[in-house]
Design a binder for this molecule. Structure first.
Ligand code: ZN
Length: 312
């Protein structure tokens, strides 16, 4: 399985040095440091005319300041091992990028991160960086105030921690683990269309891991809740960071007996067993009723593909 949003670690996150305040202050103001801008869920990029090649646009610290953005609130992504430069992301709003006179032109070329992942024009290493920054950006957006006392949370360690100025409460960027599973009897697979999905899109079952769950238990619990099926053996096949907003997808295969599904109607509009032939036509976009599966950047796609080719 080869998911395209990661895991690709190309930068050194120097976690051992991030607690050194003076070092981090010197690093963010170093002339060689580079910054890219996230405006909401869009990254500022450079593209060729037909959009077959897309790269992150790197700004200098001075350029960031000229755009009216806060260099000292930049999120540290890591040190590039090739040239030793520090790389950062600066998060702002779509509203600011569109409206602020000094930012309008420089931030004009913005592309949704989901689109970047889908169109495959950005190198994998850069896409992984953008995904990392989006996850961190979402977390910061939702942790401006202390969950304990409501005080203001100051950014620490290059954005890898926030600390309440009033009560000292510390919060760290989180990931939400999600199990996503190919439930199969060997010759058929369970695919579902959730209410929130685009028209005719189906996917494998998935659900958040809850406190007290391990991976196997979460797969069994979610499969039972969503379809009424009892699952036997569960195997973890791989994992993938998914920055919408900050999930970690844990791809599994689970075995169940072929039997009638009892669907949880609150979440799922329709779920069914699909044959290998049908699943293959959905994956290839040639299904007779135009049912389709998410694109190759998704774990669901990779799971179905691996099952069809007997890799799992
Ligand atoms: Zn507090």
């Amino acid at each position: 399985m080869k998911p395209t949003l990661g895991p690709t670690v190309i930068l050194d996150r120097i976690s051992e040095k991030r607690t050194d305040k003076e070092y981090m202050e010197a690093l963010v103001s170093a002339e060689t440091s580079r910054f890219f801008v996230l405006a909401g869920d869009k990254a500022v990029v450079d593209s060729n005319e037909d959009r077959t090649k897309t790269h992150v646009h790197w700004f200098t610290g001075l350029e960031i300041a000229d755009l009216g953005l806060a260099v000292n609130e930049a999120i540290f992504l890591g040190i590039d091992p090739e040239d030793g430069t520090a790389k950062y992301a600066v998060a702002t709003s779509e509203h600011y990028a569109r409206g602020a006179p000094q930012a309008r032109d420089a931030l004009k070329s913005r592309v949704e991160v989901r689109t970047l992942a889908t169109e495959g024009a950005m190198p994998q290493s850069e896409l992984a960086l953008v995904a990392q920054a989006v996850s961190l950006g979402h977390w910061h957006e939702n942790h401006r105030c202390c969950g304990r006392c409501g005080g203001s949370m100051n950014i620490k360690q290059g954005g890898w921690k926030r600390k309440c100025w009033a009560c000292g409460y510390e919060a760290f960027p989180r990931v939400d683990p999600v199990v996503i599973m190919a439930v199969t009897d060997g010759e058929h697979i369970v695919l579902a269309h959730e209410h929130r999905f685009p028209d005719k899109m189906y996917s494998t079952l998935a659900g958040y891991i809850e406190p007290g769950d391990d991976i196997v238990h979460a797969v069994r619990r979610e499969t039972k809740e969503e379809t009424g099926l009892e699952v036997g053996e569960v195997k973890l096949l791989g994992s993938q960071p998914w920055p919408f907003p900050h999930s970690l997808m844990l791809g599994c295969i689970a075995h169940a007996e072929y039997r009638e599904l009892v669907v949880d109607a609150a979440e799922i509009e329709h779920a069914a067993w699909f044959s290998r032939i049908e699943a293959n036509s959905m994956l290839s976009g040639i299904h007779s009723q135009e049912l389709w599966l998410p694109g190759p950047q998704s774990m669901a796609h990779q799971l179905v593909k691996a099952w069809l080719s007997n890799e799992i």
